[in-house]
Design a protein around this ligand. Structure first.
Ligand code: ADP
Ligand code: MG
Ligand code: ZN
Length: 470
């Protein structure tokens, strides 16, 4: 008989605690700790080995090379995030908020495998076969190679995966699956974790790749995808504003590739479409020459992206001022506001500052700092940045513009999309694409003079702040 030990796991962040508490000590969320049974094999022996029988140490040189090649899908955007395609025997978690498009994305993937003669087992515990069929029709994914299995019971799902041995198995969602061998209802930390661990062993044993859907929920009674992050091989999150069409699939962990990559898609009536040139899609929405708008070149994985940042600065005499950031870290915004106040003499203490990144994209890189700072300044002064300008650079607390990696790739992307001017950190030896005027800046003050060349626009408030521009 296995023994059970108890810990508590946060349904939000997956952090473990030995005692129950009202607030998670890891992420400070309230009422998210849930009992979790740790199974211990009798006699203190560790959990059964992964693939089970007959394993022995093997010399590295005798191991087969890339025996099972990755299965590439029709979408390059999806392959890139996966690290080049689907690895046989891998367990991949696709997380995201309800309605963002996880089932849609995986149905497209299923279609792409089935269209090339493969077959896919789609286990749906979430929607009825009728609903899944309606989606498949809408997406143009009516393929005989896609087998739909409306089932919540893990034993039945595992048996079906074994007997069908599909090229891909999809579990939509892991929060609706239950393993009869464990207590707790579907979606509890115990059920979600143990089911995923079992699917991991199965995937490795028979070499079938398994994709799990995991909903991000704010409801503490259902375990979110973060609870599974350390169990699975690859964690992908699908992000995006549901009211806008762009969706970003972001690798957060990948045992088979870079965990920095993103894939970009657009959601429409007929499902998702890949967006191989996201800069174009993002810039086409750009409202140039409007005060508060700046274009930055952020590196997402191996790919530079031109992204439009908008800021709105509003006087607010009455209530507490607000700092709201969509698509950038709000703490980064607080820091940049402080740097602007101290180093550019901007007075934002009685102003709300709203920041929005176009297309629902989330910027995770400090290389957008300078662009964000200039967009705030531009809106506050009601003076637009020059047409066709891209702003690249990290800002330090002393107002210094810091170097960023892969500058040349960012400049190339800007030139390729017809931008004509770039503000960049000084002192980086890099190739300069033709057609792009490059202006090197060392400090925020220098960047301000370069971006707002008219003396009334820049000189006035630099003098006001007592900063020397040298
Ligand atoms: N005609 C449509 N019916 C349903 N959903 C649609 C339709 N057209 C577009 N969609 C998009 O599909 C989304 C639902 O995607 P879905 O894959 O079910 O999300 P998830 O599985 O992440 O909950 C909707 O939020 C909407 O953006
Ligand atoms: Mg779904
Ligand atoms: Zn937590």
């Amino acid at each position: 008989m296995p023994k059970f030990a108890m810990t508590f796991v946060c349904t939000d962040c997956g952090g473990e605690s030995l005692r129950w508490a009202g607030q998670c000590p890891h992420c400070q969320a309230w009422n998210t700790l849930q009992e979790f049974q740790v199974r211990k094999a009798a006699g203190g022996k560790a959990r059964q080995s992964q693939a089970g029988t007959g394993a022995r140490p093997v010399p590295l040189t005798e191991l087969a090379g890339d025996a099972a090649p990755r299965r590439a899908l029709a979408w390059g955007e999806l392959n890139r995030v996966l690290g080049g395609g689907i690895v046989p025997g891998s367990l991949v978690l696709v997380g995201g908020e309800p309605g963002v498009g996880k089932s849609t994305l995986l149905m497209h993937a299923a279609q792409q495998i089935a269209a090339h003669g493969g077959h896919v087992l789609y286990a749906s515990g979430e929607e009825s076969p009728h609903q899944v069929r309606m989606r498949a029709e809408r997406l143009g994914a009516m393929e005989p190679g896609i087998l739909l299995f409306a089932e919540n019971d893990l034993d039945a799902i595992c048996d079906a995966i074994r007997s069908e041995a599909p090229q891909l198995a999809i579990i939509d969602s892991i929060q609706t699956v239950t393993d009869a061998g464990f207590e707790g209802s579907a979606g509890s930390v115990t059920q979600v974790r143990e089911s995923a661990a079992r699917l991991m062993r199965l995937a490795k044993e028979i070499g079938v790749p398994i994709f799990l859907v995991g909903h991000v929920t704010k409801d503490g009674s259902i375990a979110g995808p973060r609870v599974l992050e350390h169990i699975v091989d690859t964690v992908l999150y699908l992000e995006g504003d549901r009211r806008q069409e762009l969706r970003v699939l972001r690798a957060m962990k990948n045992r088979f590739g870079s965990a920095e990559e993103i894939g970009v898609f657009a959601m429409g009536e007929a499902g998702l479409e890949e967006v191989p040139d996201p800069s174009s899609a993002l810039l086409s929405q750009a409202t140039t020459r409007s005060p508060g708008t700046a274009i930055v070149a952020a590196l997402e994985g191996t790919r530079p992206l031109l992204i439009e940042i908008q800021s709105l600065v509003n006087r607010n005499e009455n209530t507490m001022v607000r700092r709201i950031a969509n698509g950038v870290d709000v703490n980064r915004l607080h820091m940049l506001v402080a740097v602007l106040e101290k180093r550019a003499g901007l007075k934002l203490g009685k102003s709300d500052v709203f920041v929005n990144v176009a297309g629902g994209i989330r910027i995770t890189e400090p290389a957008a700092d300078l662009g964000l700072a200039l967009s705030i300044l531009s809106n506050e002064r009601n003076v637009p940045l020059p047409d066709g300008m891209v702003v690249i650079g990290e800002l330090g607390l002393a107002g210094e513009v810091r170097r960023v990696g892969q500058l040349e790739r960012r400049l190339m992307e800007a030139a390729r999309h017809g931008l004509t001017r770039a503000l960049i950190p000084a002192g980086v030896k890099t190739g300069r694409p033709s057609g792009l005027e490059v202006i090197e800046v060392r400090t925020l003050a220098e960047a301000i003079s370069a971006a707002f060349p008219s003396p009334i626009e820049s000189g006035a408030f630099i003098k006001e702040a007592g900063i020397s521009v040298s």
